[in-house]
Write a protein that binds this ligand. Structure first.
Ligand code: CP
Length: 318
């Protein structure tokens, strides 16, 4: 995927993964997102970086945050946005995704924002695109690069840097594209320690995360960390979860106030959403003073603005 997203002249051609994207490029995206956020919050006009551009949201899986924030990001930078209605489209008559993409490209669509349950679908479409760019809005358990960017931006806002941070990612890591993109981004920006915690069935193979610590002990995992990223159980990606009991899960792997006290006193609590209150996170922690969950949501718009503007070529893209 990382080769496919970079053009021969080193420009970013698509955004499919943070894996291999490199520190300089990730930091440039974060800086650009922060700059656009400053303008927006000061009430200043945003540059029309996407004027005469058409962005198509192709969501084959449910989404609240990603779809809406891509739409707002694109519109606020001057683009036309099409929220493609999959259920009412000719894909239901057997048209391939490649033919759907070619059809929309023929209507001068410039960017496709793609979410799909199958790993690799955005990359498959990127390989097929003639002119348009593809942004991965989450594929299977593989990657969710703009979630990774907004998480890095939120962390950097609060900690001033990613270098040297100790970050815990807890819950269903095995099925999580967010965990993978967060790990790719945290590694690239120099996090000191990434601790992954969850039940054995929901932890990934150690070889995939060789530079992370894997544990089933949430109390030990949280000791002294700067940030905690809680993840929900991805029931839609688990065929059979024998004996899963929500109360028992919360007792062993839920973040409550007692457990939060094991982290540094200035630790932040993050969650990509959607949250399952009372399963992976207590409501009073989700809504508490250390929670930055709604800041993550707000930053999603600016991270996606930066990604769209970079790919559509009217901003620095070195
Ligand atoms: N974090 C995230 O991807 O949320 P949505 O599924 O609501 O887009």
């Amino acid at each position: 995927m990382s080769e496919l997203q970079t053009a021969e002249d080193a420009r970013l051609r698509h955004l499919l993964t943070l894996d291999g994207l490199g520190r300089a490029r990730i930091e440039a995206l974060l800086d650009h997102a922060a700059q656009l956020r400053s303008l927006w919050r000061a009430g200043a006009p945003l540059p029309a970086l996407l004027d005469r551009r058409t962005v198509v949201n192709l969501f084959f899986e449910a989404s609240t945050r990603t779809r809406t924030s891509f739409e707002l990001a694109a519109r606020r930078l001057g683009a036309d946005v099409v929220n493609f209605d999959i259920s009412g489209s000719s894909t239901s008559k057997g048209e391939t995704l490649e033919d759907t993409l070619a059809t929309l490209e023929a209507m001068d669509a410039d960017a496709f924002v793609v979410r799909h349950k199958e790993n690799g679908t955005p990359a498959r479409l990127a390989a097929h695109a003639r002119r348009a760019v593809v942004l991965n809005a989450g594929d299977g358990n593989q990657a969710h690069p703009t979630q990774g960017l907004l998480d890095l931006l939120t962390l950097r806002d609060h900690k001033g840097r990613i270098d040297g941070l100790r970050v815990a990612i807890c819950g269903d890591i095995r099925h999580s594209r967010v965990a993978r993109s967060d790990v790719h981004g945290l590694r690239a920006l120099g996090a000191a320690e990434i601790r992954l915690c969850g039940p054995a069935a929901l932890l990934p193979d150690a070889a995939e995360f060789a530079d992370c610590t894997l544990s089933h002990d949430l109390d030990a995992t949280l000791e002294g960390v700067d940030a905690i990223i809680m993840l929900r159980i991805q029931k839609e990606r688990i065929e059979h979860l024998p004996g899963f009991d929500e109360t028992e899960y919360f007792a062993r792997f839920g973040l409550d106030r007692r457990r939060l006290a094991r982290a540094r006193s200035d630790a932040i609590v993050m969650h990509p959403g959607p949250m399952n209150r009372g399963i992976e996170i207590a409501a009073d922690v989700a809504d508490g003073a250390q929670s930055v969950i709604l800041e993550q949501v707000a930053n999603g718009i600016f991270a996606r603005m930066a990604a769209l503007a970079t790919l559509l070529g009217r901003e620095r893209n070195g």
